[in-house]
Write a protein that binds this ligand. Structure first.
Ligand SMILES: *Cc1c(COP(=O)(O)O)cnc(C)c1O
Length: 350
């Protein structure tokens, strides 16, 4: 029997992928030039599907890139004149701050505890960008959309907001109007093989790009936007993943349905955790927990992982400072309800 991976990315992919890969091959789309009308139609179809399924505002641009890490670079490279403020409570948010620093941008680090809400009262007037990680995959926290709303209301007129939505996009409802630069890679909540990133940007972000006029890199923001508006890319893109994105979204439910389904699974797991003495949430405040990455405290994570493996279940290691005392479990949409149920029954009988 095949193992079920609850690793939070790369994770279990949609079960329909093998047949969709064959479809992609059969249609011939994998062999066409990325300047051809066939590719342009695919690009349009995939983006339209994404827009309607995830409620992306019409005036926002959707751009294909190759990873979230690439989006970390594009922001300081093409869209930041001087300073970037980073709010974070875990490893991915910190890496983003380092990436920005390494590109010569001044970084204001505003860390907080995993059990605290994002300190929206600490906005520094020097920041061109306020950077937030929607779901911190390393510890299972989430910035609620109401907190993002607070940041949005408190920002100064020259400040834009960037959100790393890698473990959120496709899993939870996002209000895109609350930020200007959203990005994700596809191997988390979108349930695809790795190697495609999405950038979703507001008119204000485009304006900022035009103001700075940076064009010296292969992935300079303005080049990305100009090509995306023609349904093209200036490098050869991951056509297979774009095809898979389109088809999996087209056969999937709306984000409202998915969001409810994940929160419902999370609530059922919560009642099991509460009656289990060996396991506890890393994030004690339920309001701060991500519905997509479940992080549980346990005294011996290795032992739990080994026991899970005998049941053909792969649990995720803890990450960074939580490596020795947590396990992580992906509650991503591509994971079937039946597999999740099997996992919960196993947990409840520990
Ligand atoms: C996985 C992850 C990334 C990195 O994604 P890549 O596809 O490896 O670039 C960045 N941010 C968060 C929050 C993630 O979970």
């Amino acid at each position: 029997m095949k193992q079920t991976s609850f690793y939070p990315g790369p994770s279990t992919i949609h079960p329909s992928i093998p047949s969709l890969v064959k479809d992609a091959y059969d249609t011939g789309i994998l062999s066409v030039n990325h300047r051809s009308s066939d590719f342009m139609e695919l690009s349009f179809a995939a983006k339209s599907q994404l827009r309607s399924q995830l409620n992306v505002p019409d005036e926002y641009d959707v751009i294909f890139i190759s990873s979230a890490t690439e989006a970390w670079e594009i922001l300081p490279q093409s869209l930041t004149s001087k300073t970037s403020q980073h709010f974070f409570n875990g490893a991915f948010g910190l890496k983003w701050a380092y990436t920005t620093e390494n590109l010569g941008v001044e970084v204001i680090k505003s860390p907080c505890d995993a059990n605290e809400s994002l300190p929206t009262d600490q906005i520094n007037s020097l920041g061109d960008w306020l950077c937030v990680t929607a779901c911190e995959t390393s510890n299972g926290t989430m910035v609620d959309q109401n907190v993002l709303q607070e940041l949005f209301s408190r920002r100064l007129p020259h400040q834009l907001i960037a959100v790393d939505a890698t473990s959120a996009l496709g899993g939870v409802i996002l209000n895109f109007q609350l930020a200007d630069y959203w990005f994700a890679s596809c191997q988390k909540c979108l349930g695809l093989p790795a190697g495609l990133g999405l950038l979703i940007v507001s008119p204000a972000a485009i304006e900022r790009g035009l103001l700075l006029g940076e064009r010296s890199h292969y992935n300079s923001f303005l080049k990305l936007v100009e090509n995306a508006r023609k349904e093209q890319t200036h490098y050869t893109p991951n056509v297979l993943n774009i095809y898979l994105l389109w088809r999996t979204l087209a056969s999937g439910p709306s984000i409202e349905v998915t969001d409810r389904r994940l929160r419902d699974r999370m609530a059922r797991l919560n009642s099991i955790i509460q009656s289990n003495g060996a396991l506890d949430w890393l994030v004690s405040d339920a309001y701060l927990r991500s519905p997509t990455v479940i992080t549980l405290k346990i005294s011996d994570p290795m032992e739990l992982k080994e026991r899970a493996l005998t049941q053909k279940m792969i649990l995720g290691n803890g990450y960074g400072e939580w490596k020795e005392n947590t396990v992580r479990i992906a509650n991503f949409p591509a994971m079937g309800d039946i597999q999740f149920q099997i996992f919960m029954e196993w947990i409840s009988n520990l």
